[in-house]
Ligand binder design. Structure first.
Ligand code: ARG
Length: 459
């Protein structure tokens, strides 16, 4: 039979495949709360403008609340025949209140309705992402505070570079996540305009008040162009892009946790709560949670590329292609929230191993740069010459299977006569990190300042 919402010009109902490809209720039921919120704002505005009677508006208001409580109680029979959340809600409203339900859609289209619902949903997700990011930052801060002066190797190319502090490494991720949170804040501020009242695409001849509905829904203002309002999904693309960047950060940290928890590194022990065992190898304690966080970027970036691809080349205004926006965003949002929660749990639970960190920092000629700097400062060598001299000393130490502090003064002087006993004072890892006091550097005093700044910011 023909559709009750738009079946006037149809003699026959849809093919089963048509219904299957067209229906979005399987996923857009997640917009139920936003849909009903939007409808309530719309109905109240219609009444205030004299477009609906107060009696009808009141019936609609009450009826919508009933529908919402049915949905929230899991007491609602969603129907594929009714295509999407908008028509499911309206059809149920009609069953409950009768004729006035048919007046709710005055001066509105599903095009502005879905754009409104989805903006409200994504706006909430920006807030949720910010809250979850801040929780991870707090966990990292606690780690940084505990180990502000624990020395560990800093790497470039995953080869020992210079000693850094554990706190410094933790705070690097606090900074990255801080930018992630600010990207969600920016995106939220930009998306916070109301499409409602754009109607199908051209606006409406009814004397509606778009400022009133915008305000009722917590938007800063109505969107200024009705064609733009129903046809863009840039807010969803921004959310996905911010999610993808954040997921890249989480992925890099997760990779470090995988490496650090290996028997070869032993920098950290992950808690049992965030590890798994092997069904064959009894000794195994695998960092599965970290590995999965490392992998989740695949889904999130996939969703991002997916929606970019859907939107590319679409003519104005609404096209049904845009119904494909929701699953991508839902999946990316769920995935990001799970990854953030997992990282927060892992970071809160893990214990670093200061002895292993220090031992690793003390190997691999990690203070070679300190030696070169000493030659510049104390012996007046040009840095390039100091670099060369130090390189020869590294080669000498490597040949005898030791590290720089193990060379004798005689050996050092055989490479350059200006070297004195004082050089040994800069070859220790504590001295090395302690000397890097430039703003943002790895010296514990600098790290503690970073921690204080973030404690103030996070409250
Ligand atoms: N389910 C649709 C979507 O998600 C709602 C908008 C339908 N509009 C239309 N003109 N068919 O995009």
């Amino acid at each position: 039979s023909a559709n009750t919402m738009w079946g006037g010009r149809f003699a026959a109902g849809p093919d089963a495949i048509m219904e299957a490809i067209n229906a979005s209720i399987g996923f857009d039921q997640r917009l139920a709360r936003q849909d009903i919120e939007g409808s309530r704002a719309h109905a109240a505005m219609l009444a205030a403008q004299g477009i609906l009677t107060d009696t009808d508006a009141e019936a609609i208001r009450k009826g919508l609340l009933t529908v919402l409580s049915e949905i929230e109680a899991g007491d609602f029979a969603f129907s594929t025949e009714l295509e999407d959340i908008h028509m499911n809600v309206e059809a149920r409203l009609k069953e409950i209140i009768g004729e006035p339900a048919g007046r709710l859609h005055t001066a509105r289209s599903r095009n502005d309705q879905v754009a409104t619902d989805f903006r409200l949903w994504v706006r909430d997700q920006c807030d949720a992402a910010i809250t979850a990011i801040e929780a991870v930052q707090r966990a990292l801060l606690a780690q940084a505070k505990a180990g502000a002066d624990w020395v560990m190797p800093g790497f470039t190319h995953l080869q020992t570079a210079q000693p850094v502090t554990w706190g410094h490494h933790m705070m690097a991720y606090v900074e990255m996540l801080g930018r992630d949170a600010s990207r969600f804040r920016d995106a939220r501020a930009r998306m916070n305009e109301s499409p409602l009242g754009a109607a199908a695409l051209a606006g409406t001849s009814f004397p509606i008040d778009r400022h009133a509905t915008a305000e009722a829904l917590g938007f800063d203002r109505p969107m200024a162009n009705s064609l733009d309002a129903v046809s863009d999904r840039d807010f969803a693309l921004e959310f996905l892009s911010a999610s993808a960047i954040c997921a890249v950060h989480l992925s890099r940290f997760a990779e470090e946790l995988v490496i650090w928890s290996s028997a070869q590194f032993r920098f950290v022990a992950m808690s049992d709560r965030f590890s798994t065992g092997s069904s064959i190898m009894p000794q195994k304690k695998n960092p599965d949670a970290a590995e999965l966080v490392r992998a989740k970027i695949g889904r999130i970036l996939g969703a991002t590329v997916g929606l970019f691809t859907v939107m590319k080349g679409l003519p104005l205004a609404y096209s049904k292609d845009m119904q494909e926006d929701k699953e991508q965003v839902f999946d990316a949002a769920d995935t990001l929230m799970l990854a953030l929660a997992a990282i927060e749990g892992m970071v809160s639970d893990m214990s670093a191993n200061p002895d292993a960190l220090r031992a690793a920092a003390s190997s691999g000629f990690s203070t070679a740069t300190d030696l070169a700097d000493w030659l510049v400062r104390e012996a007046g060598l040009p840095f390039r010459d100091a670099h060369h001299v130090t390189g020869r000393l590294v080669a000498m130490a490597e040949e005898q299977g030791s590290d720089l502090p193990d060379l004798t003064l005689d050996q050092m002087q055989s490479v350059h006569e200006a070297i004195t006993d004082d050089v040994f004072s800069v070859l220790g890892v504590d001295n090395s990190v302690g000397s890097r006091t430039s703003y943002g550097g790895t010296a514990p005093e600098q790290v503690r300042q970073q921690i204080e700044r973030w404690k103030d910011r996070l409250g």
